[in-house]
Design a protein around this ligand. Structure first.
Ligand code: F6P
Length: 330
């Protein structure tokens, strides 16, 4: 057997996201195909600190592609959050002879990766988060599945809401970003979409609009509320008290984080996983992998952190136009 080209380690960190397994599988298999030893790190950065690191084979990643979650487990590590923890992790990576560490996670995990890079570890990041809140990339692993899961749930809610002629406030995840809410708002034809990037906190206006919709003949209404705004149960009570329309709140919560990844999440995660290995092959260091203009690409980690992202104004406008049905009903 020919000598290995080097050691690549891969971990998943932060909130799990459907498609992470597909990404790990792609890293392991592409790494082996390109002549590297690939190590799986369990439980995120904690796995480096505790040396939970295991050489992976081609077969270790069989039957993983179609499953949500992450078979490597994930964690938000308090020890790694401290500077001493990062220095210790960097030292362990060096001792173990790891040439590159592939981190699959969200913004917080990437901050950790960037800090590690300052201590001499070559880090390559794959965006794994349902929130889509990473500036340098137009796609993140898990977003598509999470949106589809939430969309199906909201379709169901609309049916019962319709039958009872109620208002439904439905809260979707996204931390402080409104991407899931905006997408569900459009995909579910929500009458109102409340996202932190746009909502002006004018609850009187919101309630007046709900009343107006009802007076115009709208029997039921769906209000998609982003986690970043939250307080869905209080909002439902407020709406009911002010309008007299029976209102229920549903928080979809972690249900939208599990489940078998969609084809898009499987394919993009696989392509990005392979591309991460090939970025190492090209001799590059400290890069984040993402999608730009529909194509996979890589960018310097510091440059990526300087980028800003915001909700697409046109998508938001479209959502508002399509949700405001009262004008047509009058
Ligand atoms: O970042 C993914 C995410 O699901 C967010 O949408 C949410 O705010 C957070 O993680 C929830 O975190 P936890 O699973 O630790 O409660």
């Amino acid at each position: 057997m020919s000598e290995s080209k080097g050691k690549i380690a891969v971990l998943t960190s932060g909130g799990d996201a459907p498609g992470m397994n597909a990404a790990v599988r792609a890293v392991v298999r592409t790494g082996i195909a390109r002549g590297y030893e690939v190590y799986g790190v369990r439980r995120g950065y904690n796995g480096i600190l505790n040396k939970e690191i295991q050489l992976m084979t081609f077969h270790d990643v069989s039957e993983k592609l179609q499953h949500g979650g992450t078979f490597l487990f994930t964690a938000r590590s308090a020890e790694f959050g401290k500077d001493e923890g990062k220095q210790k992790a960097a030292k362990i990576c060096k001792e173990l002879g790891i040439d590159a560490l592939i981190v699959i996670g969200g913004d917080g995990s990437f901050k950790g990766a960037r800090d590690l890079s300052k201590y001499g570890v070559n880090v390559i990041g794959l965006p794994g988060t349902i929130d889509l809140d990473i500036a340098y990339t137009e796609y993140t692993i898990g977003f598509d599945t999470a949106v589809n899961t939430a969309m199906e749930a909201i379709d169901r809610l609309r049916e019962t809401s319709n039958s009872h002629e109620r208002c439904s406030v439905v809260e979707v995840m996204g931390r402080s970003a409104g991407y899931i809410a905006l997408w569900c708002g459009i995909a579910n034809g929500a009458e109102q979409i409340l996202i932190p990037e746009k909502f002006d906190n004018n609850y009187d206006k919101l309630i007046a609009q709900i009343k107006e919709n009802r007076e115009a003949g709208m029997t039921h209404q769906v209000i998609v509320n982003a986690e970043g705004i939250g307080h869905s149960h209080e909002l439902a009570e407020k709406i009911e008290a002010a309008t007299g329309i029976e209102t229920r709140a549903t928080v979809i919560g972690h249900l939208q984080r599990g489940g078998s990844p969609t084809a898009r999440d499987r394919v993009n995660a696989s392509v990005m996983g392979a591309y991460a290995v090939d970025t190492i092959e090209r001799g590059l260091k400290n890069r984040l992998i993402g999608y730009k203009d529909g194509h996979v690409y890589d960018v310097d980690i510091d440059e990526a952190f300087a980028m800003k992202k915001s909700i697409d104004d046109y998508e938001y406008e479209v959502a508002s136009i399509l949700g405001t049905r009262c004008d047509y009903l009058k």
